[in-house]
Design a protein around this ligand. Structure first.
Ligand code: C2E
Ligand code: MG
Ligand code: MG
Ligand code: MG
Length: 291
């Protein structure tokens, strides 16, 4: 009996592997064409300031609108794009699309919000990354103060010295810099002080159990206190419940982001969401045609 179970497991495993390989080939092979066919889009998730809960920014998150598979999540194709190197043209597309979106909102007369984009590790190592971003800023006319880059600890720590230089170049361009998924990677506190960053995004794994798990509360509280003393802004990601907002507000967390407020939205829906927000009168004015 044990033997046959072992056999079944073996076949299950083998089939799963075949599935993974198929998915790998289908997605990987499709990526190159997908860039040409413009099958990607950016969705925007609002960032909300506490305690007023005004929308003060958004994170741009890529989606692949696959002709057969429908919407494919970035967790599935970003690693493939990294492996194949296609992340470089794809990453450039993301930055250009985000900047064009900022300009579009500006031309429509909406109040300026800060838009953040995620970088991948290979993209961060790209030699001409800073020049590329500068080129896109010039081409689109975006005020760099409204563009934020989200980087992870492991990305920065791979070659900390070089990272610091790169971050300084971005600061010279006028961009804002943020550490994403903070607490999940390893970064030494001494380096945290050397990186010219402005924001820490606490990973959602710590936010999930907040108010339930005393350890996570302690971690979040300590992270916020540390960020404060380093003059960094803190944002909590993955906020789904009111109780989490209450706890975070109590710890003096400045911003929150999560499904409680909104999922990442296509640009039209994002604008509608903004129009419904109290405290965003100019978005409302645009809708009623008063501008
Ligand atoms: P991330 O940058 O940490 O983005 C946050 C992820 O959490 C997003 O998943 C978002 O949809 C999800 N999320 C937001 N609020 C909640 C919540 O309340 N509950 C839960 N359970 N999840 C929430 P998404 O869009 O699937 O992106 C996954 C990851 O893919 C991102 O993690 C980021 O690392 C990467 N990614 C997304 N877009 C890009 C991109 O344009 N370039 C690169 N290089 N990576 C990207
Ligand atoms: Mg992010
Ligand atoms: Mg994150
Ligand atoms: Mg992440």
């Amino acid at each position: 009996r044990a033997k046959s179970t072992g056999h079944n497991l073996y076949f299950v495993y083998e089939n799963q592997m075949a599935d993974n390989i198929n998915a790998h080939l289908t997605l990987g092979g499709g990526l190159r064409k997908a860039i040409e066919n413009e099958e990607f889009e950016l969705h925007y998730q609002p960032k909300v300031a506490l305690p007023d809960e005004n929308v003060v920014g958004a994170e741009a998150l890529i989606r692949w609108n696959h002709p057969d598979l429908g919407m494919v999540s970035p967790d599935k194709f970003i690693p493939l794009a990294e492996e194949s190197g296609l992340i470089l043209p794809l990453g450039e597309w993301v930055i250009r699309r985000a900047c064009r979106q900022l300009q579009e909102w500006r031309e429509l007369g909406y109040p300026a919000i800060c838009l953040s984009v995620n970088l991948s590790s290979r993209q961060f190592m790209q030699a001409d990354l800073v020049d590329m971003v500068q080129g896109i800023l010039e081409e689109t006319g975006v005020d760099p103060a409204y563009l934020e880059l989200e980087l992870t600890e492991s990305m920065l720590m791979t070659d900390a010295k070089q990272s610091i230089e790169k971050l300084h170049s971005f600061r010279e361009l006028g961009l804002t810099l943020s550490i994403d998924d903070f607490g999940t990677g390893y970064s030494s506190l001494s380096y945290l002080k050397k990186f010219p960053i402005q924001t820490l995004k606490i990973d959602r794994s710590f936010i999930h159990d907040i108010g339930i798990d005393g350890d996570n509360d302690a971690i979040v509280k300590a992270t916020i206190a540390m960020a404060k003393s380093l003059n960094l802004k803190v944002i909590a990601e993955g906020v789904e419940h009111r109780s989490q907002v209450n706890a975070l507000g109590g710890y003096d967390c400045q911003e929150v982001q999560g499904f409680l407020y909104s999922k990442p939205l296509p640009s039209d829906d994002f604008v509608q969401f903004m129009q419904k927000q109290v405290g965003h009168e100019s978005f409302a004015l645009v809708e009623t045609g008063s501008l």
